[in-house]
Design a binder for this molecule. Structure first.
Ligand code: ATP
Ligand code: MG
Length: 208
């Protein structure tokens, strides 16, 4: 048949996040999905001004972008995209997937989320079309159980739940630790620890 001579379609993972800061939970999730689906590449996509988090000040996009570059630089299959931070206005996943689809022809996209983000999927804009643009991969995350209801309404053939090594790390906790003067070593990559210190991120109100 034609299979043997037809080149395989490229498979690209899309890891969206605020990455304020990026931590080892994000990196393990991306690595596990890359390995499980034999992805050619995983693109990390830091958000623009995130509409879900308007209740707190998010660090400038350029800092979040550069920390993501630092954290992923050593992995030849990891890249970082500016599509969301360069787009005007708040980030919607539908726009991320449309932009990447336009830039990556003949590519199957795998959108990677943690259990908490997957549970919120139907609060996302134009949720129905999302499933036409990508396969969704929900990674287990400590503290966020996927109940039966989590997958309600999601087409069964467009979502995969993947059990990954449990890392109880969040960006929120990294920021809080930093504000209290506690270390973030080994929660985030070494280069990110140094970037945070160099730019004095998250330390407001506490002498450092
Ligand atoms: P914050 O506390 O600021 O919300 P976060 O740690 O949740 O930060 P995000 O940038 O919000 O990080 O998350 C980006 C994506 O990574 C989401 O899909 C989230 O579910 C997933 N994720 C974050 N941390 C983990 C983790 N420890 N294990 C698995 N998935 C994770
Ligand atoms: Mg989060």
């Amino acid at each position: 048949g034609p299979g043997a001579s037809t080149p395989r379609r490229r498979r690209v993972g899309v890891m969206g996040g605020t990455f304020d800061p990026i931590h080892h939970g994000h990196l393990v999730a991306a690595s596990e999905v890359q390995s499980w689906f034999d992805l050619d590449e995983v693109v990390f996509v830091p958000t623009g001004q995130p509409w879900q988090k308007s209740d707190r000040d998010v660090s400038p996009a350029e800092h979040r972008y550069l920390m993501t570059v630092v954290a992923t630089a050593s992995n030849p299959r990891f890249t970082v995209s500016r599509v969301d931070i360069d787009r005007e206005g708040p980030t919607y996943t539908i726009d991320t997937l449309r932009d990447l689809t336009a830039r990556l022809p003949d590519t199957d996209l795998y959108f990677i989320t943690g259990a908490d983000a997957l549970a919120e999927i139907f609060t996302w804009r134009e949720a129905d079309e999302l499933f036409d643009l990508a396969q969704f991969v929900g990674c287990t995350r400590p503290g966020y159980d996927m109940t039966a209801g989590t997958l309600d309404g999601i087409p069964a053939d467009r979502v995969t739940i993947l059990e990954i090594p449990a890392l109880a790390i969040s960006s929120t906790e990294c920021r809080e630790r930093r504000a209290k003067g506690e270390p973030v070593w080994y929660l985030v990559p070494d280069g990110v620890v140094q970037y945070i210190a160099k730019h004095d991120l998250y330390a407001t109100g506490v002498p450092s």
